[in-house]
Design a protein. Sequence first.
Length: 355
Amino acid sequence: MSFEQNIRRVVPYVPGEQPNRPGMIKLNTNECPYPPSPRVAEALKGLEAKQLRLYSDPTAGELVRALADRYGVEPEQVFVGVGSDDVLAMAFLTFFNSERPILFPDITYSFYDVWAELFRIPYRTCPLRDDFSLRMEDYMQPNGGIVIPNPNAPTGLLERVENLEQIIAANPDSVVIIDEAYVDFGGESVLPLVDKYENLLVVQTFSKSRAMAGARIGFAIGSRKLIGYLNDVKFSFNSYTMSRMSLAVGRAAVEDETYFREITAKIVETREKSKRQLAALGFSFPDSKANFIFATHGRVNAEQIFMALRERNIYVRYFKKPRIDNYLRITVGTPEQMEALMEALREILNGSTDQ
Ligand code: PMP
């Protein structure tokens, strides 16, 4: 008998690489190419080292209130965590506690099956259509919960709110999590539905549209009931999830709505231009409403392009997985970064022979 017999063994999620090379163009982990609001820098300056002696507020009150004000809900309907990964993990642990399988798309955020395995939650993946759209009927079968990202990752496709509402309404006995990590880039949120459906949990993040991936702040909005249960689990796990730094910078970011609109609009504009340029180079892609484009080339293999871009110090994301192994997920950067990418792609495609 070995001590290893009783160890919880898991196959971990593999995050996108975080290289740090001089002059690199980093378009591989859907970060924002712009800095956070100037108010965030001010909030950081206002922090005093001596305050760190004390624990942070376990209820994350100031950040919760700022989010409640911004989204027009009660503070009791808001939960915050260490990035939306933490919020989602807590939500899986809290709400997916059935013998029945939870449901999510086969092509989606690759952390969902990792949490399901970690927490021993049975799950079933629902195959997307060839155009990567959801098959509604898949989510009408008995289940122990549902999680759907909207827009989906890595496809970038946005599902209509009416369709998601049908799924939420058809499953009153399950919690339905809509992961809106990318909704601020032109998508429509299901947030207005939280007062209508007690079983709906909406999860968002500061990592993309608020340019703060490094601060690790995510949040969920839902019914008082769901948020209450979520807090019970959180307080049974780690009460002080949010540091004094995250609380201060998070609140400062939420309060700068003008800046938020400015940078998200810039990214949307660059995305639309990049789509036209990629199409002209022979790429096709679902019509992304996120801050990335999921593109495949008609002639040249994605892995080959991925490697050639790396050699030129340009990083995009490539998933060697069934159905998507001929696609590149390209984060939308600044206009200058995207020009450099297009230039490199032009060279690579011209230089490549047919497969
Ligand atoms: N959901 C989706 C769909 C994502 O792509 C990501 C980013 N990896 C996350 C959640 C988590 O992001 P974060 O923990 O930085 O909020």
